[in-house]
Design a protein around this ligand. Sequence first.
Ligand code: ADP
Ligand code: MG
Length: 339
Amino acid sequence: SGVGASNGILIKQGVALEKLSSVTHYVFDKTGTLTEGKLRLVKRFTAEGISPQTVLQIAASAEQQSEHGIAKTIISAAQQENLPLLEISRFNASPGRGVEADIEGQKILVGTAEWMTLHDIKLNGEWQSQVNQLEQQGISGVFVARDQKLIGILGLFDTLRDDAKNVIADMLAQGLKVTVLSGDRQLVVDSVTADLGNIQRLAEVLPAEKRQVIQRLQQQGDFVAMVGDGINDSPALIQADVGIALASGTDVSIESADIILSHNQLSQVALARQLAARTLRTIRQNIVLSISYNVIMVPLAMMALVSPLLAAITMPISSLLVIGNAARISRIVKIGRAH
Ligand code: ADP
Ligand code: MG
């Protein structure tokens, strides 16, 4: 635990390390975990007669009370354009879908295509094709509607973390299974993770379903670690055999995890794996070491073949051997980090 902590890996309970060394399947959340979670507003489409500023201002106002990364991005984009947030009178968030709010007596919806359909707002061919074009470039389209009419689409883009490609390539090379689990659209997930090779890509998974996906993998016989950052990942973090949260995530996800990565780097997942394997090996070596000592020395002592002085010297030496062997872990993990 100490070696982990000094490398930014906080392990809540020792048993997590033990379990981590037997994980066969790693499941990663997309937004904020595989990607940096620094979404940027890169494109905007508007309905006829509506200005891009209006769409942004209305969306940002409706998102005021949401803790989602999308909300934060939209609000800061509005602030950059000096658009004041309008007062809202009612607010409701639907996890994995979007938000609704009332502004000046008008009903505002911000979220996925499904969120619009649920409110009987039809997406005709033109809106479909606009959002399709965005998704093919890995840009997530967020729809904005006012009083049952679509007024615009905000295109948000997020880049993969620098180390995502290497970490996943290593896992695949070691014969581990890797899955990306996202609430975003399939096209976006495919495009953003295109460089990650032969992994499973599950998209449009609602927060409540993320837990079921983990459960299904477990029923197939996999020992699953879930890596996530958002509130919506918490049930999956708890369901997984090992839950790993990025410290940049929400308090809820950190609370639900067994291991927390405080430097927010995916390479720490690999380091935690190495630490887990190494710790377990050391524990086994130490058990063999101390049992051997006792098996040899206790009968000798019973036969009065060990003088009190020799016993007084060898007993602490056996403890020191075990401690010394454990201390070697720190050296090996530091080498691992430099690598
Ligand atoms: P992920 O699994 O990628 O972290 P979520 O499950 O949180 O994503 O969200 C899935 C989708 O639901 C998002 O891509 C977005 O389109 C929509 N969504 C969720 N919350 C909001 C929100 N507060 N405002 C707008 N759209 C949202
Ligand atoms: Mg996320």
